[in-house]
Design a protein around this ligand. Structure first.
Ligand code: PTT
Ligand code: SF4
Length: 610
């Protein structure tokens, strides 16, 4: 086997044991890596109904066959588990030096189960795998803990960590690395905390096994060159994802005041142009020549690395229109290990609940100090923070009194930063995302706006969502490479089958990659259905109620909203095109076509398949 190392590291924290396990050629070819590996392992090994915060849950760190090779943007890693935020499949993708190091340590993935008796960290140094004491790290924020670990294990190592929010099992806790990269929005940090696992430190120095190393090197060099001459390269280097603030404001899709509106009066004060005047340096992931992390100094003179989602969810969506203040909230999230999207949404939800006098909290729109206080309280799960740190769905269930009407989430995961009052295609993308309301799988909003969002609910929107889910949620999450060269600069997708073949020796086509995406999607859906046995309902694929029931009151889209029947029709188109029945469950024939016969037989124990 080339391309893959062919080895997983199994870590049982309860027993304090590690063991390396080979995986089969068939597993590698059928599920490829990253998300594909993660969902297959969870499906095969996790007992349905497992409490996500119990020792039995599995926490998976998975790379893919392209990770770590010197080809564009190959420094990413998938972190996956059964989610304590949603109760379904959860994952995230972060760029970190831990990724190439893991591969160079001769591994493709780490599967953690059990719970350590005391705070611990996992050290991987080539073939040495040790569970070590983390007593002095527990309680530290992620920056301090990473600095201490790097001091001990060397700057060449990579680290994946949790902050206090993961330790306290805030359900919106994520996994962080390098003071500004984060992944695992559906509470992967809480799962890590539940296992008493503060960090993974990884250092590998082996050569990666490519089938055709010379060819791969040549393709990689050409790929890096091509990126440098793309039309949008210079602008991307200046603004990265932050250019989206201005674009969303113009399109009236900039989440404002808990997604009540799509325009924010202070948008120019928090956009990419304002950031450019404040940028002091840039940071990024390994193996990337288009790095996009722009760093500014926040209100405390500390460094904060900005991205579109972070700035909007902690800016316009909570009414804060000062980029330094937003920077402070963003940096606090990274230190505390809170997902910025979840945290911003939970703060906005609390502000609205306080405004409606549903909770007794002294916080109002634009209240920077109040937001800081709530962030800390959510991370330490104290006071009202213990309610809001559970995520907006669970907080609304606790508060009741109609609070669910303004909890901006799907399946329990908070919406990322795109207002969908007049974007049914993007709403479908949130509705059918395999982890809850994340844009990562199908960011169709730009296409939707450019092709006419007033032709509301045409079937081509379902086609587009599926096309993007195949590319982004299937191919990029399994090869495990950053999708930004393609989506932001127009880097050709044809590169990827070439990379894959040179790395693994397995000939493939883009069509086969799309089939891989469909297989992964069907299996993730099967995972959800098995977990929600008897309770699964197509309405779980609906976007938040607010977009249907509360039209916009400002901007050129004033009066616009989504329509339920039309949305439901679009959802049905989506199911039909995917070969799923009208409950949103893959049919027997679809499972067979995707070579998931065994998985279909297992699913039939829980639900009758059409
Ligand atoms: C991702 C989500 C995003 S998506 C952002 S900003 W984005 C937020 N970033 C957070 C952060 O920062 N700190 C924090 N404490 N919480 C955060 N939560 C939010 O998490 C990220 C980039 C970005 S920036 C995006 S879109 C792309 N995402 C990719 C992806 O998902 N897959 C892939 N193959 N390539 C991608 N490339 C881009 O990577 P989640 P990163 Mg992130 C600080 O993980 O859980 O998927 O949520 O990884 O290394 O920070 O790079 O406008
Ligand atoms: Fe990381 Fe940005 Fe480069 Fe993608 S483009 S690999 S997110 S630095």
């Amino acid at each position: 086997m080339k391309g893959w190392n062919g080895r997983l590291l199994r870590v049982d924290l309860t027993k304090g044991k590690t063991v390396v396990q080979d995986f089969s050629d068939e597993f590698a070819r059928k599920f490829v890596g990253g998300r594909g590996f993660a969902v297959k392992l969870l499906w095969d090994e996790l007992k349905p109904g497992t409490d996500p915060l119990s020792p039995e849950n599995m926490l998976i760190f998975a790379t893919g066959p392209l990770t770590g090779f010197v080809i564009p943007n190959s420094g990413k890693m998938v972190v996956a588990s059964k989610s304590p935020l949603t109760g379904g499949y959860g994952d995230g993708n972060l760029g970190t030096h831990a990724s190439p190091n893991l591969r160079k340590a001769g591994l493709d993935a780490v599967v953690v189960t059990g719970k350590a008796q005391k705070p611990s960290y996992l050290l991987i140094e080539n073939d040495t795998h040790e569970i070590r004491d983390a007593a002095d790290l527990w309680g530290l924020d992620s920056y301090k803990a990473e600095a201490a670990l790097k001091m001990e294990h060397g700057a060449a190592s990579g680290a994946l960590l949790i902050g206090p929010s993961g330790e306290n099992m805030a359900r919106i806790a994520t996994v962080v690395s390098q003071e500004g990269r984060a992944g695992g929005r559906p509470g992967m940090g809480a799962v890590m905390g539940s296992k008493n696992l503060k960090a993974l430190v990884i250092h590998g120095t082996k050569e990666l096994p490519a089938q055709e190393p010379g060819k791969l090197k040549g393709l990689g060099q050409k790929g890096f060159q091509d990126i440098l001459v793309k039309d949008n390269y210079k602008f991307w280097k200046r603004q990265g994802t932050m250019a989206t603030v201005e674009w969303c404001q113009e399109a009236n899709t900039l989440p404002t005041w808990n997604f009540k509106e799509g325009v924010f009066d202070c948008a120019p004060d928090i956009d990419g142009n304002t950031m450019e005047e404040m940028t002091i340096k840039q940071r990024g992931c390994p193996n990337c020549n288009m790095i996009c992390g722009n760093v500014i100094k926040d209100t405390e003179g500390r460094e904060s690395e900005l991205d579109y989602e972070n700035v909007v969810m902690l800016g316009s969506n909570i009414g804060v229109g000062d980029l330094k203040q937003v920077g402070t909230l963003n940096r606090m999230c990274d230190e505390l290990g809170l997902d910025t999207i979840g945290a911003g949404s939970c703060i906005a939800f609390a502000m609205e609940a306080a405004e409606k006098k549903l909770i007794d909290l002294d916080i109002s729109w634009g209240d920077f100090e109040g937001a800081k206080g709530l962030l800390e309280d959510m991370a330490y799960m104290r006071g009202l923070g213990a309610t809001h740190g559970m995520g907006t769905k669970k907080a609304a269930d606790k508060i009741r009194k109609g609070a669910a009407d303004f909890a901006m989430q799907v399946k329990g995961l908070e919406c990322s930063a795109y207002d969908c009052h007049l974007c049914p295609g993007m709403a479908l993308s949130f509705g059918t995302s395999p982890i809850g309301a994340h844009h990562k799988d199908a960011w169709v909003i730009s296409w939707e706006i450019s092709t006419g969002r007033r032709e509301h609910y045409d079937a081509d929107k379902a086609d587009k969502v599926i096309e993007f889910q195949r590319i982004r949620g299937g191919m990029f999450e399994s090869l495990v490479a950053c999708r930004f060269p393609w989506i932001e600069l127009g880097y050709e997708l044809d590169y990827y089958p070439g990379y894959f073949e040179a790395a693994t020796g397995v000939k493939t086509t883009l069509d086969e990659m799309w089939a891989l995406g469909d297989r992964i999607y069907a299996l993730i859906r099967a995972f959800w259905v098995r977990e929600f046995e008897g309770k699964w309902d197509r309405r779980m694929d609906y976007p938040p109620k607010r977009w249907f029931d509360e039209p916009l009151t400002k901007g050129v889209l004033k009066g616009e909203r989504l329509y339920r029947d039309e949305y439901d029709g679009l959802l049905q188109e989506y199911y039909d095109k995917r070969g799923w029945d009208n409950r949103g469950i893959p049919t027997k024939a679809t499972m067979k076509k995707l070579k998931l016969e065994q998985e279909a037989a297992e699913l039939e124990k829980y639900v009758k398949l059409s």
